[in-house]
Design a protein around this ligand. Sequence first.
Ligand code: ATP
Length: 200
Amino acid sequence: MLRIGLTGGIGSGKSTVAGLFAARGVPVIDADDIARRLAAPGQPAYREIVAQFGPAILDPERRIDRKLLRRRVFEQPAERLRLEAILHPQVRRAMEDEIAGLDTPYCILVIPLLFETAERFPVDRVLVVDADEARQIERAGRRDGADAEEIIRILAAQLPRAERLRRAHDVVRNDAGLAELETEVECLHRFYLQLAHHSG
Ligand code: ATP
C-alpha cells in the first residue's frame, strides 16, 4: 500500500484536494478528523486534554473549544508540545489501524502538520498543496471565520512556504479555480496508480 502524505499550510486547500482523490475511490484518512474524534467527550484524549489545560478550554456544551485550544498552543510552544504528547501517539495508532484495513493501490493521508511535528508519520511520498498567502488568508477566513490577524500568526508558526515546497515530492498548485485543481488531481491520481503498480 503506497502511502501519500498530503500536507500544506492553513487554508491551502488540503481538504478540497483530498475530496477530489476520494471522488476517485481513493481512501482518505485525515489526521485532524481522527484527532477530533479522539478528543470528543468521553474519549481518553478528552480527559487528558481537560486535565492538562483546565476546564477553561471547554465550551458551554463541555466540548473542547478547538479554536481556543488552537490559539493557546500557537501562542505557547510548551503547551503545543504537551498537546502533541497527548494526541499524536493515539492519532498514529488510529491511522495505522485504518491503513491496515485498506486494500487499494494507494491511500491519501491528510496530515496538516506533517513537517512540523517532532516524530513524522511514515509516508512514501509527500504531496504539498500550495497556494499563495493572500489566498490562504482569504480561504481560511471564509471557511471558519478566523480573522486575518490570527491566520497570519498561524502562518508564521508553520513551516515557511519555500521550505515546504523544497521537501515535497509532488505539488498541487491551488491558485486557480476548481476545474484546474481537478485536472491536477486526475494527473497525480494516474501517476500514483502507476507508481503503486510498479512498486507493488
Ligand atoms: P485548513 O488548513 O484550514 O484545514 P485546508 O487546507 O483543508 O484548510 P480547504 O478547507 O480545502 O483548505 O479550503 C479552504 C476553503 O477554500 C474552503 O472553503 C474551500 O472550499 C475553498 N477553496 C479551496 N480551494 C479552492 C479553489 N481552488 N477555488 C475556490 N475555493 C477554494
